[in-house]
Write a protein that binds this ligand. Structure first.
Ligand SMILES: C[S@@+](CC[C@H](N)C(=O)[O-])C[C@H]1O[C@@H](n2cnc3c(N)ncnc32)[C@H](O)[C@@H]1O
Length: 227
């Protein structure tokens, strides 16, 4: 599919997405279980996810910020804008078409075409062993129980002890078994898991989990995101 020819620079949606919507749609058709949605994250969700990115001087060191499942960069662009100029921002995307599209946006981040399960090797390739922040918009509820557990264990193991992990989730599926299992896994892997309020105007309505204290077993999360 000729992804770039379908972009209309004057269309506000295309402009907001950096012209990557057609590339995103093509990837979603190709690999629906990996992409998990037809729409990239909206600006409100992107800002909520990126809120944990340390700003100038906040981390006390040059922070390492990783986005897993970066797509065409809807969240990456906000991360790049918010991050300390000293930060190393690594965007990991499995789909080569999306990764190329993201690279072409020249956001000043390091784009890696890889499976996020290889995160420890990706960090080593960039000369670091842990990240300060990991941000994910992966289709968690489409993952098998084993895959959920494997990915969360890898991400928690790749975080600094005072690091933060955030994950986006669609609120409409909040009580589905796969979503409950995901919350339970978050509670198993992180000592602190905070669900944030639902963004009802987001399409589809979404919320995030902000998780700290990796490796410290916490409690299952039962709070209702509609509160
Ligand atoms: C729901 S989309 C989110 C895209 C973008 N971050 C956004 O918010 O619009 C999920 C993305 O995760 C990618 N993905 C799925 N599994 C992955 C994996 N194991 N490693 C890296 N990327 C993955 C998909 O290709 C897709 O681009």
């Amino acid at each position: 599919m000729a992804s770039h020819s379908a972009s209309h620079p004057h269309d506000p949606v295309q402009r907001a997405l950096g012209g990557g919507w057609s590339t995103f749609l093509a990837a979603a058709m190709r690999s629906p279980r990996d992409v998990g949605t037809l729409l990239p994250s909206g600006p409100e969700l992107a800002r909520r996810l990126a809120a944990v990115v340390p700003g100038a001087g906040q981390a006390g060191r040059s922070p390492v910020v990783v986005e897993v499942g970066a797509g065409a960069g809807a969240v990456t662009a906000v991360i790049a804008r918010e991050a300390d100029h000293d930060a190393m921002v690594i965007a990991v995307e499995k789909d080569p078409g999306l990764a190329d599209r993201l690279r072409s946006r020249e956001l000043g981040v390091r784009v890696v075409t890889a499976d996020a399960a290889t995160l420890p090797a990706i960090l080593a390739d960039h000369g670091v062993d842990r990240a300060d922040v990991i941000i994910s918009v992966l289709p968690w509820t489409l993952f098998s129980p084993r895959r959920q557990r494997t990915f969360l264990t890898i991400f928690a193991g790749a975080l600094q002890t005072d690091g933060v992990f955030t994950a986006a989730a669609y609120s409409c599926g909040y009580w589905m078994p796969a979503a409950r299992r995901f919350r339970s896994e978050l509670g198993r892997v992180f000592g602190e898991v905070l669900p944030t309020r639902t963004m009802w105007r987001h399409l589809p309505p979404a919320m995030t989990y902000v998780c700290r204290r990796p490796g410290v077993t916490g409690k299952d999360i039962t709070a209702d995101p509609s509160r």
